[in-house]
Design a protein around this ligand. Structure first.
Ligand SMILES: Nc1ncnc2c1ncn2[C@@H]1O[C@H](COP(=O)(O)OP(=O)(O)O)[C@@H](O)[C@H]1O
Ligand SMILES: [Mg+2]
Length: 222
């Protein structure tokens, strides 16, 4: 099966005063098309660092990242931003929707940025918002939506460029248990419907167990 994302011997170190923090140690990892993986580990284990490297937002200290079997060249900003825009969807714990744009606009923006017309982008955004059950909240601004609704907008937005993979960093970390499960069920169903892969960082085992595979940072580290 096709590997959507692969890490080869990825290490990530941080220097703090005179100490070196070795967060990821020669991590080898791959995720296949349509696979759903939960990445678990206690706070500080390196989940966010892992997702930032996978999302090409942060350079590893050493090692190689492959997307769709292509070795990533960290020197080419153009290629990095193309992958970020077209192959990868992101969802963060605090959804980072733009306050001054309504739900439809927030969802549409990445599609406009990849060169589509405003009209088509709005239509696609409205369709995806109805897929996450927000057809009645198309014009609502983030501060008019509940936490769970905001994360549903973030899910719609993450899907709009038909990414190969969605990276979700504790997407339900800010929600109560009932909303968490509801949001995750919507998310998992849509991901299956659209055939993308996901890596979801979470410390919630109930949510982790909804995925195909659960991997802990500790077991990845050499
Ligand atoms: N820019 C940075 N400089 C120094 N240390 C960092 C930096 N970013 C993260 N860390 C440290 O790396 C460790 C892993 O962080 P993180 O990836 O955010 O873990 P998690 O998401 O699992 O909580 C933590 O100890 C954190 O303090
Ligand atoms: Mg984190």
């Amino acid at each position: 099966m096709n590997k959507v994302l692969e890490f080869k011997d990825i290490s990530r170190k941080f220097s703090l005063n005179n100490e070196t923090l070795s967060i990821l140690r020669k991590v080898n990892f791959s995720i296949h098309e349509k696979e759903k993986i939960a990445l678990i580990g206690p706070s500080g284990a390196g989940k966010t660092s892992f997702l930032h490297i996978a999302g090409l937002l942060e350079l590893p200290t050493s090692g190689e990242v492959y997307i769709n079997n292509n070795l990533i060249d960290w020197n080419s900003d153009k290629i990095l931003s193309q992958h970020r825009l077209n192959d990868i969807g992101f969802i963060f714990q605090f959804n980072n929707l733009l306050d001054d744009f309504n739900a439809t606009e927030n969802t549409a923006i990445p599609f406009i940025l990849s060169g589509n017309s405003k009209k088509l982008s709005i239509e696609k955004a409205e369709f995806l918002l109805s897929e996450v059950g927000l057809e009645k909240r198309l014009k609502s601004y983030p501060n008019q939506l509940s936490g769970g609704e905001q994360q549903r907008v973030a899910i719609a937005r993450s899907l709009i460029n038909d990414p190969k993979i969605i990276l979700a960093d504790e997407p339900t970390g800010n929600l109560d248990n009932d909303s968490s499960i509801k949001v995750m069920n919507i998310f998992n169903n849509l991901v299956s419907k659209y055939g993308c892969s996901i890596i979801i960082a979470t410390h919630d085992l109930e949510i982790a167990n909804l995925q195909d595979r659960v991997i802990s940072i500790e077991e990845l580290n050499s």
